[in-house]
Unconditional design. Structure first.
Length: 258
């Protein structure tokens, strides 16, 4: 016989155990878009305790809509290695231009990251960061529904050695750190430079080369890197986003391994 009480008990116990296990992490990733999922995969694959915080219920960031809701995405030659690593079907439709189904990309990136050992806490947003002795040491979190409803509910915290801002165009983690703590970032101006208008070729190169630590303990990846360091947007081409996620993981792995 199926009991409603038992269903509820199993869900509460399972989620609570997962959350308790991740009060302390090696890496927290804010955002489950392409760069965040790729970073999580490479970190977890290498034994790094990794959790993703996603403010929406759905994962995948801007992948789902492809270009203007034509749910296909483009990946250039340099990013093809990620499609192959994740087992994502793709087709070369023009020299150096590979097309993939946006839904398959989103679901396979997520499933590979989870199967590698990462976890995703969805419906949770990063309200603030933990900042001690000049270093980011974790996330201050709350339910996204609390923010939407405008309720006055105190948050909880998750701790980590590193935090990746993979929140996309808004660079939400960098923004909250800058606005609340008035810190100096590792940018030319010491502040967020802001995202520029579209230039796909420049943006694709910019995002990978500017995936780096912007403040001790905080690394920017994906469009958050472009927004932080003043790069242009690139539209529905994702090779740079994939490579940015991989680069973020490499930076952290280098630090952890010494």
């Amino acid at each position: 016989m199926i009991e409603e009480k038992k269903i509820t008990e199993v869900i509460i116990r399972s989620y609570s155990e997962k959350l308790l296990k991740h009060l302390e992490n090696d890496v927290l990733i804010a955002g489950s878009g392409p760069s965040g999922l790729v970073a999580a995969y490479y970190l977890a694959k290498n034994g790094v305790k990794t959790a993703i915080l996603e403010k929406k219920l759905s994962i995948g960031g801007g992948i789902w809509g492809g270009g203007m809701m034509f749910n296909s995405i483009v990946v250039q030659e340099e990013g093809k290695e990620i499609l192959e690593e994740f087992g994502i079907p793709h087709q070369e439709v023009s020299p150096g231009y590979f097309v993939a189904d946006a839904v398959l990309v989103a679901t396979l990136l997520a499933s590979r990251a989870l199967l590698a050992g990462a976890v995703i806490f969805n419906g949770i947003y990063l309200e603030d960061v933990i900042l001690k002795e000049g270093r980011v040491g974790g996330a201050v979190i709350n339910w996204s529904a609390v923010e939407v409803a405008g309720l006055h509910v105190d948050p909880l915290t998750l701790h980590s050695r590193f935090l990746i801002d993979a929140t996309g165009h808004d660079a939400e983690v960098v923004k909250v750190l800058q606005e609340k703590s008035k810190v100096k970032l590792k940018t030319p101006s010491g502040k967020m430079e802001g995202e520029r208008s579209m230039w796909a070729d420049k943006a694709e190169n910019f995002v990978a080369s500017n995936t780096r630590e912007v403040f001790p303990g905080l690394i920017v990846a994906g469009m958050a890197a472009n927004a932080t360091f003043g790069g242009p947007r690139m539209g529905p081409i994702f090779g740079g986003m994939f490579l940015s996620g991989k680069r973020a993981a490499e930076i952290i792995l280098e630090e952890i391994r010494g």
